[in-house]
Structures are given as structure tokens and as C-alpha cells.
Design a protein. Structure first.
Length: 586
């Protein structure tokens, strides 16, 4: 029960938290009310006209007042609708801003469990449902309530007996419409989930379109997309069925009320208990009840859809986030980086890292080697603080890195990965990405030169302003690696993490990139996931990780002598004869 109440209140909580402009909202609602109140006067004017108040009796003042009333009603209604539309747009803009800000501070673990397309759907489709409710249906809700209450009050004044007879029909309609509203809510939740899932499929396929085409997977992905389209169609048809019931039910209610009013009212007129003008006014007020009832039904239907969309948005907004500025500023001060008793698993009962311990001295190179799936990349993620350790921790000197603010800690780290991700934009934008200070042209050129990127940049027609395409597709692998190294140089990190940046390159590109890496590594504490012999042999220490545990530690020569798995690894992965390795160890 408590969970249901929480769900019901999530929409109104979300609207409150977006802090809508209350003054503007109040003014818009007041204008809508004024427009409705003016419309309530018209049936009384018609009553007097039918009961003997002739057109000849109208003077200029009354005509001007009537025209002014109609003009005022139209203007008030128009301004109210515009203001509510504006408020709806402002609320949704604020909501999207909150969502975007939230998505950027959510931990990496959130994105491990939620597909990118689903998050995009929350930002676009779900917020759009809320905008539609506020900008298109909210004015009808308030004006409808005023119109119904005002009309009922006047009807009770005109003839309370006939009014009570008329209201026998309304509870019957409510008994049918309420379950339909609940059904719409459930359909809406399913529709929002399916839309998010479909968006996720589209985002994934289109972002990896080269893989799709090179794998001849067009038919497979078409089938996946068609499945999503079919599911959306099913939800759309179910939604249409509910809407198809609501509209005829409202029509039936209106006809029943009209029959009751005209039949019972005709009897009252013939007996003299009711004048013809009062009956006409009664029918006009009845229309002013039934039409707003249609608006109110539409509003509550849309409200159920908005509640379904809100639940998913609130799940994102309520998710735990990273705190970037909590903690103290840290300075490197040439302190060693120590990993002590570190254990971690993506699932509690499936450990990936088990009691990892080693120390990296300032300015040294540590190579991490071992079989695939041993936990090397996860170790890098722990150093970046993408995940929290389940046991143990990491220290900078004698200071736990958990006590350092995330912003301060990550500003000390430079990371060059194997795939060198890039953003859509120019080379200049990619080089300066994440660098918060102003970068001079000279500094930019010097970083490119040290990364051996200046040569190919000079050959590009627009130089540093050349567009690299989505994810840098217009550059070769070696060029992307050199841009990533130049970007790391501009950050001037104290701790360098290299996910073997040369493993996927040809020999010529590898040589150039390795020279750039040597420039980058100079004077920095470096940890590298190693696959190449040159990296391993030149490291100050080698950490051999197997099935999440450290099984060997030492220099290349030391491990060759005393670690059988390392000798086998070196012979196979580093492509060097085992006999030569043993000789090198001796």
C-alpha cells in the first residue's frame, strides 16, 4: 500500500522539485477561471431572452458589454493557454536539466546496468509526456472544475430537484471510467518501458553500424527492431482500445443526461413549474458540465500516462550519485601509490579481484600482466574510483584516496586506453577535452609535437580545426592514439594509466606511438596493462595477476626465473622463445 501511495505521489513530487514559476502558474489559472466565469453568465442571458427579453430592448451599453465579455473571455483563454504552454516548457526544460546533470554524476555501475538508449528515452519521450499534460491539459482541468462547480451551483439555484435527478447518471459513469483510468496507467508504464528499450536498440545499432555491416547482421538487427516496433504497436492498440471506450461512454452519459433533462424538464414546463427560458438555460449549463467532464477525463487519462513516465524518471533521479567535491584537495608530492588488500566483484558472490597488494613508487613504471579475464582492466577501474572496493583500499602515501575529492583525484590521473575514445568535433576540441584551463596555441603545438601528432595534423586541410567524425572515425588507430597521448600531456597528470596503447597497431605506428608514450611517461608514476615485450622488460616492477589474484611480483628477470606461468605467458603472449627467456634470466 505504501509503495502504491509513493508511486501516486511521485508525479506531484517531481513537479514540486522542478520549482515551476508559481506566480505565472497562478496568473494562468486565474485567467482560465475568469474565462470560465464569463461563460457561466451567457446561459442566464439566453434565459432572459427566451422568457420575453427581446432584442429590441437591448441598448448599446448592453451590446458593448456582451461583445466585451466575449472578447475578454477569448483573450483570457488565449493568454492562459499560452502561459500554461510556456510553464510546461519551462518545467520540462528544468526537468531535462536535472536529468542531464544527474546522468553525468551517476557512477559507472549505473551505466553497467542501464542501457544508454533507455537513459535517452527518459530525457526525451518521458519528459515529453509530462510536458503534454501541463501545456495542453492543465488549463482544461482547472477551467473544467470551475465550469462544473459553477454550472451545478446555478442549476441547483434554478431547479434543485431536476439537478439531483440529473446527477443520478454521473456516479454510474464514474464507476466505469475509474477502472479505465487504472488500465491506462498500466499501459502507460509498459509503453514507456518498451519505448526506452526500443530507443536503446536503435542507439546501440546505429552507434555500431560498421560492426553491423561488416558482420552482415542487417537482417538480425532488423528483426530485433521489428520486435520492438511490434511491441510498441501492441501497447498503442491497447491504449487506443481504452480511449475508444472512454469517448463513447462520455457520449452515452451526455445523451442520458440530455434525455433526462429534456424529458423531465418538458414535464416541468408543461406543468408551469419551469419556464421555457429556464429549460434552455438548464440545457446550456448541462453542456457546460458535460464538455468539461470530457476535458477532465482526458486530463486524468493523461495524468495516468504522466505518472507512468514519472516513475522511471524518479528511479534515475533517486539513484545514488558520485560526489565530486566531497573530500579534501590532494597534492601528489612524489608519494608512493599503494594498493593494499583490495578485493572487488561486480556481484557480491563473484569476486573479480582478490586481496590485491602492491606499491608503485613515484616516477616508476609498473606493468600488469596475466591471462585475459584476470581482472587487469577492473584494477584500472578501481584506481579511477569508478567502483568502491568491497575490502581493502588504495592509498596515496599514508592518505586513503577515498578521503580525496573525486575531482581532485581524477585531475591527477591521465588515462590512455587501447581504443582511444574521441568525441565528435574538431581535433582542437578533442585535444583540450577535460582541460579546465585555457590552452595556448603554442602549448597545443608542443603537446602535439611530443605526441608525434604534429606531422599528420599539419597535412590535414584545416589543421587543428579538422572534424574527426563520430568517435574519431576519420582518423586511423595510430592517429587517435597520438591524439589521446597529446591530450594526456595537456592534462599534465602525476599518475599515468596505460591500457597497452600500442597492442592493436601496426609495427610502424607502434614505433611512433611508443616514442610518444616514452615522452608522456617521463617523470610520472605509470601503471600499464602490458602485452608487448618492450613494455614488460623496461618496467621497474611486474605484477602478474591470475584469476583476480597476484601470483607473481618482481622484475622481468626475476619472474622468468621463479614464475612458471610468467615464463609460459612470455613465451606465448610476448612471442619469444622460452629458452631465450631462461638465458635472459640467468
Amino acid at each position: 500500500m505504501e509503495a502504491i501511495e509513493k508511486k501516486q505521489g511521485s508525479f506531484f513530487r517531481l513537479i514540486r522539485e522542478t520549482k515551476p514559476p508559481m506566480g505565472l502558474l497562478t496568473a494562468a489559472i486565474l485567467l482560465s477561471v475568469v474565462s470560465t466565469l464569463v461563460s457561466l453568465v451567457i446561459p442566464m442571458f439566453t434565459k432572459n431572452l427566451v422568457d420575453g427579453f427581446s432584442l429590441a430592448a437591448l441598448d448599446r451599453t448592453q451590446i458593448i458589454a456582451l461583445v466585451a465579455a466575449f472578447a475578454g473571455q477569448t483573450l483570457a483563454s488565449g493568454v492562459s493557454i499560452f502561459m500554461l504552454n510556456y510553464i510546461g516548457q519551462k518545467i520540462v526544460a528544468a526537468l531535462r536539466d536535472r536529468l542531464w546533470k544527474k546522468l553525468l554524476v551517476l557512477p559507472v555501475s549505473y551505466f553497467d546496468n542501464n542501457r544508454t538508449g533507455e537513459s535517452v528515452s527518459r530525457m526525451t519521450n518521458d519528459t515529453g509526456v509530462i510536458k503534454t499534460l501541463i501545456s495542453e491539459h492543465l488549463s482544461g482541468f482547472f477551467s473544467g472544475i470551475i465550469s462544473v462547480i459553477g454550472s451545478v451551483a446555478v442549476l441547483l439555484y434554478l431547479n434543485w430537484k431536476m439537478t439531483l435527478v440529473m446527477f443520478i447518471v454521473i456516479p454510474l459513469a464514474a464507476l466505469v471510467l475509474y477502472p479505465l483510468g487504472r488500465k491506462m496507467y498500466k499501459i502507460s508504464v509498459g509503453m514507456q518501458d518498451e519505448t526506452a528499450s526500443f530507443t536503446a536498440v536503435l542507439s546501440q545499432v546505429l552507434s555500431e553500424i560498421r560492426l553491423v555491416k561488416s558482420s552482415n547482421a542487417e537482417k538480425r538487427e532488423y528483426a530485433n527492431g521489428s520486435h520492438g516496433i511490434s511491441n510498441l504497436l501492441k501497447f498503442g492498440v491497447r491504449e487506443g482500445m481504452v480511449m475508444a471506450w472512454i469517448s463513447p461512454l462520455i457520449s452515452v452519459v451526455m445523451m442520458m443526461l440530455l434525455v433526462v433533462v429534456v424529458g423531465y424538464g418538458g414535464m416541468q414546463v408543461s406543468s408551469g413549474a419551469l419556464t421555457a427560458g429556464e429549460l434552455v438555460a438548464f440545457i446550456l449549463y448541462l453542456i457546460q458540465i458535460v464538455m468539461p467532464m470530457t476535458q477532465l477525463t482526458t486530463f486524468f487519462t493523461q495524468l495516468q500516462k504522466a505518472k507512468g513516465a514519472t516513475e522511471r524518471i524518479m528511479e534515475t533521479l533517486d539513484a545514488g550519485e558520485e560526489s565530486f567535491d566531497t573530500g579534501k584537495e590532494a597534492s601528489y608530492d612524489n608519494r608512493p601509490l599503494t594498493i593494499q588488500g583490495l578485493s572487488f566483484g561486480y556481484k557480491p558472490d563473484e569476486p573479480v579481484l582478490k586481496d590485491i597488494s602492491f606499491t608503485m613508487e613515484p616516477g616508476t613504471v609498473t606493468a600488469v600482466v596475466g591471462p585475459s579475464g584476470g581482472g587487469k582492466t577492473t584494477l584500472f577501474s578501481m584506481l579511477e574510483r569508478f567502483y568502491l572496493p568491497q575490502e581493502g583500499g588504495i592509498w596515496l602515501g599514508d592518505e586513503p584516496i577515498d578521503e580525496i575529492s573525486l575531482r581532485s583525484w581524477r585531475s591527477m590521473i591521465g588515462y590512455v586506453s587501447q581504443d582511444s575514445p574521441m568525441i565528435a568535433g574538431t581535433l582542437r576540441e578533442n585535444l583540450c577535452y577535460g582541460v579546465e584551463r585555457a590552452v595556448s596555441e603554442e602549448e597545443l603545438r608542443r603537446a602535439a609535437e611530443m605526441a608525434y601528432a604534429d606531422g599528420f595534423i599539419a597535412e590535414l586541410p584545416q589543421g587543428y580545426d579538422t572534424d574527426v567524425g563520430e568517435r574519431g572515425v576519420k582518423l586511423s588507430g595510430g592517429q587517435r592514439q597520438r591524439i589521446a597521448i597529446a591530450r594526456a600531456l595537456l592534462r599534465d597528470p602525476k599518475i599515468l594509466m596505460l591500457d597497452e596503447a600500442t597492442s592493436s597497431l601496426d609495427s610502424r605506428s607502434e614505433q611512433v606511438v611508443q616514442q610518444a608514450l616514452n615522452n608522456l611517461m617521463a617523470g610520472r608514476t605509470t601503471i600499464v596493462i602490458a602485452h608487448r615485450l618492450s613494455t614488460v622488460v623496461g618496467a621497474d616492477q611486474i605484477i602478474f595477476i591470475e584469476k583476480g589474484a597476484v601470483t607473481g611480483r618482481g622484475t622481468h628477470e626475476e619472474l622468468v626465473r621463479r614464475h612458471a606461468m610468467y615464463r609460459e605467458f612470455a613465451a606465448q603472449q610476448l612471442q619469444i622463445a622460452e629458452g631465450l627467456l631462461i638465458e635472459a634470466g640467468e
